[in-house]
Design a protein around this ligand. Structure first.
Ligand code: KIV
Ligand code: ZN
Length: 519
């Protein structure tokens, strides 16, 4: 029985796509990509945006700092360990915003304290007090997390939570860092805190669940039922290892099952599809077709008996409408005779807010595409615009490619021209197949040989003239990146994807993760 009920039934949505999400191997995002994600998150009604971990790298600092400048309604948040250096750096990054939150954390489970921190409970307890107190010098909005909270001894958890609140934390976030909890138990843990921590009514309880057992969303909802009023989540469930609780699943569960989950939040669910596509494009993480809410099949009905039912009454097999998540029917848009005005209107309809130059550039590429492909669908436009977004900051760019392959051309060969910060380089290479010849050429020109972990081709629409969307995953010294490329020519798309991944590796090399970070 929960003793102290949270007054309100409003659930605060805290997005950590750009912090925990970016920590997932391969999911790097550059500054302009993060700014775009931040705008989309704010427009969809996210309350708090955790924009990065400022001490982790110059890139993270800059991203938090720039996002702090542009947000108007959402609170910007930065992560910091319990040290003064981390908190100072975080505070500095957050300075441009009035609505700023410092999120500080330290491990509290016996396992983490002993092996990761090599600190005793008393030392950790003191660090909680010192860090929260120190963070309060920079903002009233301090969040504190006991890392590995779900595996922390209850008495120690209550003691640290009580102290964090006493010294000024306004939000207490309980992480299931390793995704070990199960819903009943996690709900009971939150109820226990609500019942046992004497000053719990002075703070908002939050949860941060990882998905190692596929239970992140279920655990988060169980926690809400027990009194948690903030949920930390990411778009598409991005995050360390198996990811975090997916925002789209949390929000749609709250909306669809408001009968048993009578809580409200500020998210406009019609923005979900746009946000999901953007994050997928930027990170290069494709969405599995059967992913809840945002997978390509989430609203598709293949079996005749289902189709028949849906035609008679959509509710027979649809518990949510595609429109409620912003999914509009795939429409034949236009062809080579469509004008600039119609194209601009289509971009707006698809949710893009591009400046004049970007529209001009997209329109030119649309015309080129229309010369190659008779029917152009919404998905083609999305692939075309996203392809430009993905490449906009790349230092290495594809200039030209010529491939010879087939039964009469053995071995397959590739002539390749790349531009490196303004300098052009040329190579001619052969390989086991055309893709191998291209990738060998790129490696030769860039003098880099990362390990190819994934090469995946996906057709953007139906038909043999469809654009190919290629994903390439590369690994170098334990760092993984995903690159994407789209083109009607699969070989061009492949080279773009490989080059895009190499560009991301360049950025990754400049980033150094702080020691002992796990989240
Ligand atoms: O998973 C985790 O414990 C975290 C904390 C930093 C909140 O990400
Ligand atoms: Zn985490």
């Amino acid at each position: 029985m929960v003793r102290k009920k949270q007054e309100s039934n409003r659930i605060i949505i805290f997005d950590t796509t750009m912090r925990d999400g970016e920590q997932s191997p391969g999911a790097s995002m550059n500054l302009s990509e993060k700014l775009r994600i931040a705008e989309v998150l704010e427009a969809m009604g996210v309350d708090i945006i955790e924009a990065g971990f400022p001490i982790a790298s110059e890139g993270d600092f800059e991203a938090v700092n720039e996002i702090a400048k542009i947000l108007k309604t959402a609170t910007v948040c930065g992560l910091a360990r319990s040290s003064k250096e981390d908190i100072d750096r975080c505070a500095e990054a957050l300075k441009p915003s009035e609505n700023r939150r410092i999120h500080t954390f330290i491990s509290t489970s016996p396992l983490h304290m002993k092996f990761k921190l090599q600190m005793g409970p008393e030392e950790v307890h003191q660090a909680v007090i010192d860090s929260v107190k120190y963070a309060r010098n920079f903002t009233d909005d301090v969040e504190w997390s006991p890392e590995d909270g779900s595996r922390t001894e209850h008495s120690f958890l209550c003691r640290t939570v009580e102290s964090a609140i006493k010294y000024g934390a306004k939000t207490i976030n309980i992480p299931d860092t390793v995704g070990y909890a199960i819903p009943e138990e996690f709900g009971a843990l939150i109820a226990m805190l609500m019942n046992k921590v004497p000053n719990i009514d002075k703070a908002r309880l939050s949860v941060h669940c990882h998905n190692d057992l596929g239970l992140a969303v279920a655990n988060s909802l169980a926690a809400v039922k027990s009194g948690a009023r903030q949920v930390e989540c990411t778009i598409n469930g991005l995050g360390e290892r198996a990811g975090n609780a997916a925002m789209e699943e949390i929000v749609m569960a709250l909306r669809t099952r408001s009968d048993s989950l009578p809580y409200h939040n500020n998210i406009n669910t019609e923005h979900i599809t746009k946000a999901s596509r953007l994050v997928s494009t930027i990170t290069g993480f494709s969405i599995q077709p059967n992913k809840a809410i945002v997978g390509a099949n989430a609203f598709a009905h293949e079996a005749g008996i289902h189709q028949d039912g849906v035609l008679k009454n959509a509710q027979t097999y649809e518990i949510m409408t595609p429109e409620s998540v912003g999914l509009t029917e795939s429409k034949l848009v236009m062809g080579k005779h469509s004008g600039r005005h119609a194209f601009r209107q289509k971009l707006e309809e698809l949710g893009y807010e591009l400046g004049d130059n970007a529209v001009q550039d997209a329109f030119k590429r649309f015309k080129d595409l229309a010369d190659l492909k008779k029917d152009i669908y919404d998905e083609d436009i999305i692939a075309l615009v996203d392809d430009a977004v993905v490449r906009s900051n790349d230092r290495i760019q594809l200039v030209s490619l010529e491939v010879l392959c087939g039964t009469e051309h053995r071995p397959p060969s590739a002539k390749l021209r790349l531009n490196f910060d303004g300098d052009e380089k040329y190579s001619e290479t052969t390989g086991d197949g055309p893709v191998d010849a291209i990738f060998t050429g790129i490696k030769e020109l860039t003098s880099q040989s990362p390990k190819l972990q994934l090469y995946q081709v996906h057709a953007v629409t139906q038909g043999t003239d469809a654009q190919a969307e290629v994903t390439v995953r590369l690994e170098e010294n334990g760092k993984t990146v995903n690159g994407k490329g789209a083109d009607t020519d699969t070989m061009v798309a492949s080279s773009k994807a490989y080059i895009n991944a190499l560009n991301k590796l360049l950025v990754k090399r400049e980033k150094t993760a702080p020691a002992a970070l796990s989240a």
